[in-house]
Design a protein around this ligand. Structure first.
Ligand SMILES: [Zn+2]
Length: 328
């Protein structure tokens, strides 16, 4: 049987299926649909992306605060040229680097609303959309009962304190104690590079503005079915959140996995990682386990909605996007 490469297959398709319109029918409806398509092509409508899945009694909604392109030379362990080449081979290369999304996840069980992370809130790239995303669900920030912050990098906590205010006034706040200690330590701050200073500054504000902050020690349940998983490495107190009910589960792994470079390798890092040996150890442990369990993963910086699995494909680890719509 002749082998059909993707390119050969695409080449064999009628042009209309390759980015053209499928709606060029002769009916009046067809004509108006075609006109609508053309208008859309000229000026894309801005929509707030939302994606919902069910995990037993929980509804988990993926939201996003926005995106930023990370320069190709922000990935120690590989040269900028190597990272760019990997992006090219995955058809995701951009002039300005690797696109990182900033995804948050809202967990609801009908009684409580728990938000995982709060976004960069304009401190990096094109971000600051989380309040709009919540509004699209009919929610205000004061309706959030708890926020779990996976670690104290600016892109995960900026939304907590934007404008120098407590933006989630009713929320219990959960952060691992090792991160609270690290990011409020003046000695660590003065020894840290410039690009981490914003995170130190924000951490101080979070502690000041959230008297209800609960520092977490080790793995524990937040509410039945929602528990903290220790994923130390990316930062000292980097944590994940497992949501589990009715035989289904999902684990939000935050910065365990970055687009383009992971999970194919574990000896490639993101610039913000201060302890590379710890970051590598975390991924060396986690990727094979996730692959053998087929764990449904939610990841902050992967393409929206950040839901997927690590799969072992002929000995190579790769990211497999998970189906999420119309799956129940
Ligand atoms: Zn991050």
């Amino acid at each position: 049987m002749p082998q059909l490469s993707r390119r050969a297959f695409a080449g064999a398709l009628p042009l209309g299926l390759l980015g053209g319109s499928l709606l060029g029918g002769a009916t009046i409806e067809g004509a108006s649909a075609l006109a609508a398509t053309q208008v859309t092509a000229k000026s894309p409508v801005s929509v707030t992306p939302l994606a919902q899945i069910r995990i037993g009694r929980f509804t988990v909604t993926a939201l996003t605060d926005g995106y930023a392109d990370m320069p190709y030379d922000y990935f120690p362990g590989r040269t900028g040229a190597e990272v760019e080449q990997a992006a090219i081979s995955q058809f995701t290369a951009r002039q300005t680097g690797v696109r990182f999304l900033f995804n948050q996840y809202l967990i609801e069980d009908g009684e409580r609303r728990i938000l995982i992370d709060a976004g960069a809130a304009g401190s990096i790239g094109q971000t600051g959309q989380l309040p709009d995303a919540l509004n699209a669900l009919g929610l205000q920030r004061d309706q959030i009962d708890a926020v779990i912050v996976t670690h104290m990098h600016q892109d995960h906590m900026g939304g907590l304190i934007l404008g120098g205010k407590n933006n989630f006034p009713k929320a219990e706040l959960y952060i691992d104690r090792r991160d609270v200690t690290h990011w409020t330590d003046p000695a660590k701050r003065s020894g840290a590079p410039d690009y981490l200073q914003t995170s130190f500054k924000m951490a101080e504000e979070v502690v000041r503005l959230y008297p209800k902050l609960q520092a977490i020690d080790g793995e524990r349940e937040i509410v039945p079915g929602v528990s903290i998983v220790d994923l130390t490495g990316h930062t000292p107190g980097h944590i994940g959140v497992r949501v589990e009910d009715g035989g289904k589960s999902m684990i939000m792994v935050s910065d365990m996995i970055f687009p383009v470079v992971h999970p194919a390798a574990t000896d490639v890092f993101f610039l913000f990682e201060q302890d590379r040996a710890a970051a590598k150890a975390m991924r060396d442990r986690f990727f094979p386990r996730a692959a053998s369990e087929g764990a449904l993963i939610a990841a902050t910086h992967m393409p929206f909605p950040g839901l997927g699995r690590v799969v072992a494909d002929h000995g190579e680890m790769r990211w497999q996007v998970a189906d999420w719509a119309l799956q129940d």
